[in-house]
Design a protein around this ligand. Structure first.
Ligand code: MEV
Length: 440
């Protein structure tokens, strides 16, 4: 494929044509005829196009709902956008089981967001700290124009500190801020404040009488929020008598099942290789709600995994206790999400998701997401320590395989019937379809 200039100025049709012309054979043909999914409302389509650049079409993902979530005494049907079969089913199974056992108890521990101005400065550090302390209120006042609105909603800047990082990198310091961004994820709010503060910092240093002429220059390297928000933290738990777990334990006693479940979670605590997959299962549920509500899944993912490694080893985000015949399963993780601003109000289906959730606050959304993550993790570990994951997974995956192999509607029905008591594999489905190719 050759380099191109002016690509962004081409129409969608021209972009597709150009791409196809750079490919060969079947790939070229298929790209030229690629499926184009326009939103029927041109205004919404324009908005979707404008979320990104060089847009060719929309990308379909299933939008589903997982009902029966009882969280802090309130019932929810939770919208989920996910392409992996069995995730919504697993969340729903978990929700249903805990519904009759008090449901999920979710609690937001704190909602602090973080921002940093990273800068280099050369001189006597005591003078910098003295200057900072004497001018801190002025610095804060200098961004009042940006914070007033958020303050009227109960948020704003919670703290401003100067941090000495010069033992790590020569002459390196930070302005470190904590924010309450209320129901907004707050990225634009935080970044605007940081950039304005960075300019004020430069001025403050340049105009100071305390500093010598060689100390009057601040080199701002960057001003940006941190997606690591360990204090934007939610915890969620479920508990029940061990005997209730009998419904899942098959040939095992509920005690043995509970012990095996706890061992599986302890393995994820001790072994990073298992912990990543364990946490991936949790994020299967959380990401699906993050996507459905128009939140930033990259930020949520990056933060969750950094938090999982907070003591220096990557570990499970969930934990189990078994005390006095009570099985308690908990999850704690940071979730910096919003319910106002950004995509949450611009994307038509993100808006719908928030309406399905009855217009939650950011705090409430964090609680819901944590519950879905825990339900998901419960169902995954339950399957892993009993039947194995493939039985349920491949049953749901069967439809994908049948479709992939071009099965007709009748063949799909026959396939579902045939595989009810059989192991699903790609080759088994192919052989089955071969054996019924005369039926259409
Ligand atoms: C698959 O998407 C997620 C699981 O692998 C999670 C886990 O192993 O705990 C089933």
């Amino acid at each position: 494929m050759k380099a191109v200039s002016g690509f962004s100025k081409m129409s969608k049709e021209m972009k597709i044509k150009w791409l196809a012309s750079e490919l060969e054979g079947e790939a070229a043909e298929l790209v030229e005829k690629m499926p184009i999914y326009w939103h029927q409302n041109p205004d919404i389509q324009k908005r979707l196009d404008e979320f990104s650049e060089n847009t060719l079409t929309n990308f379909d993902m299933p939008f589903g709902v997982s009902p029966n979530f009882l969280i802090n005494g309130k019932m929810y049907s939770v919208p989920m956008v996910i392409e992996e079969s069995s995730v919504v089913a697993a969340a729903s199974l978990g929700a249903k089981f805990w519904l009759n056992r008090g449901g999920f108890k979710s609690n937001v521990i704190s909602m602090k967001k973080v921002g940093q101005v990273h800068f280099l400065w050369q001189g006597d550090k005591r003078k910098l700290f003295d200057l900072f302390e004497s001018k801190k209120m002025d610095l804060l006042s200098s961004v009042k124009n940006l914070t007033l609105n958020m303050e009227s909603r109960g948020g704003g800047i919670l703290s401003l500190d100067l941090v000495d990082m010069s033992s790590r990198i020569e002459n390196y310091y930070q302005l470190r801020l904590n924010f309450n961004t209320c129901d907004a994820m707050g990225a634009n709010f935080i970044n605007s404040i940081l950039e304005q503060l960075a300019s004020e910092l430069k001025l403050m240093v340049m105009q100071s009488d305390l500093l010598s002429s060689s100390e009057k220059t601040v080199d701002v390297i960057m001003s940006i929020l941190s997606n690591y928000t360990p204090e934007c933290l939610v915890e969620c738990s479920v508990e029940c008598p061990v005997r209730d777990l009998g419904q899942f334990s098959g040939d095992m006693t509920p005690d043995v099942f509970a012990q095996r479940f706890m061992t599986a979670v302890r393995i994820a605590h001790e072994d990073p290789s298992r912990a990543v997959t364990h946490n991936k299962g949790i994020m299967n549920g959380i990401d699906a709600v993050v996507l459905a509500t128009g939140n930033d899944f990259r930020a949520v993912e990056a933060c969750a995994h950094a938090y999982a490694a907070r003591d220096g080893q990557y570990r499970s985000l969930s934990s189990v206790t078994l005390e006095n015949e009570i099985f308690k399963f908990s999850l704690k993780l940071p979730l910096a999400v919003g319910t106002v601003g950004g995509l949450t109000s611009l994307h038509p289906l993100a808006k719908t998701s928030l309406n399905i959730l009855n217009r939650p606050s950011a705090e409430e959304l964090m609680q819901v997401m944590a519950a879905v993550g825990l339900a998901q993790n419960f169902s995954a570990v339950k399957s892993l320590v009993t039947t194995g994951i493939q039985r349920g997974h491949m049953k749901l995956h069967l439809l994908n395989v049948l479709n992939q192999l071009g099965a007709s509607a009748t063949q799909i029905e026959k396939g579902k019937e045939y595989f009810q008591d059989k192991v699903v594999s790609f080759s088994a489905v192919r052989n089955f379809l071969d054996s019924i190719k005369h039926i259409h």
